[in-house]
Design a protein around this ligand. Structure first.
Ligand code: HEC
Length: 208
């Protein structure tokens, strides 16, 4: 067990240290978008009229944007495991999200509100509006300190981990909605299958 633990620590420390050194100062400025996207605010004019109510209902039924907050990043295993990664959908479209992952078909697209994680403290979230360049995905680098989860970085092409920019690696998998899996053309990550499983089993967001 000791060597595995050691590998785990080295790996996570590497990622977290590289991140805080390289990106510490940029982190706070990338936290902004979450506060700015309340689409319901645009419905204030004429609220209460039948037309406004109809628009409201249509938006609720078919939102164009899902803005993740900290509570979206719970125990990775609350999602459904497909291949190496876990899938969860926050807008009631879990079956659809899992079906897309399982089908693994060129051209298929994950529904809005989908959260995908390979490592507990990294995520891609189908945010939609404003993230067209990355297929609607917002990338997240999370961090824990003293048991408290926080968002170290969020955004598009500017988000990085210890191996480089997330989107730089995920871009070749564009035709698979930016999901790399094992055979969608992405540069390999420095983690064996065993290490991936170990990190998932050690998710600090899962209560033992
Ligand atoms: C060095 C290239 C590289 C970088 C940088 C990278 N990834 Fe990945 N990512 C991959 C590869 C390759 C896989 C598939 C690994 C596997 O399944 O064994 C993957 C898998 C994933 C998955 C599971 C879904 C999928 O695409 O298979 C998520 C979620 C993810 N990465 C998010 C991120 C986030 C967020 C960042 C940045 C903080 C990031 N990645 C940075 C290459 C990279």
């Amino acid at each position: 067990m000791a060597p595995l633990r050691q590998t785990l620590c080295v790996f996570t420390t590497f990622a977290v240290c590289a991140l805080s050194v390289a990106c510490g100062s940029a982190a706070s400025s990338t936290n902004g978008p979450a506060d700015s996207g309340d689409s319901s605010a645009t419905l204030a004019d004429g609220a209460g009229s039948d037309a406004a109510k109809a628009i409201d209902a249509a938006q609720a039924a078919s939102p164009t944007e899902y803005i993740a907050t900290l509570s979206d990043f719970d125990c990775i295993k609350n999602g459904t495991k497909v291949g190496h990664f876990f899938v969860a959908n926050r807008l009631g479209r879990q079956d659809e999200a899992v079906a897309v992952a399982k089908a693994n078909t060129k051209g298929s697209v994950y529904p809005l509100g989908t959260v995908i994680r390979l490592f507990p403290l990294e995520a891609m979230v189908k945010r939609g509006k404003g993230f067209e360049a990355t297929g609607g995905w917002e990338m997240f680098k999370l961090t824990t300190s003293g048991g408290q989860l926080s968002i170290a970085q969020r955004g598009g092409a500017e988000v990085t981990n210890g191996s480089g920019p997330c989107v730089g690696c995920h871009n070749p998998a564009k035709d698979y909605d930016f999901v790399c899996s094992t055979d969608h053309g992405c540069a390999a990550i420095p983690a064996t299958d065993e290490l991936i499983t170990l990190l998932q089993d050690s998710d600090p967001l899962c209560t033992p």
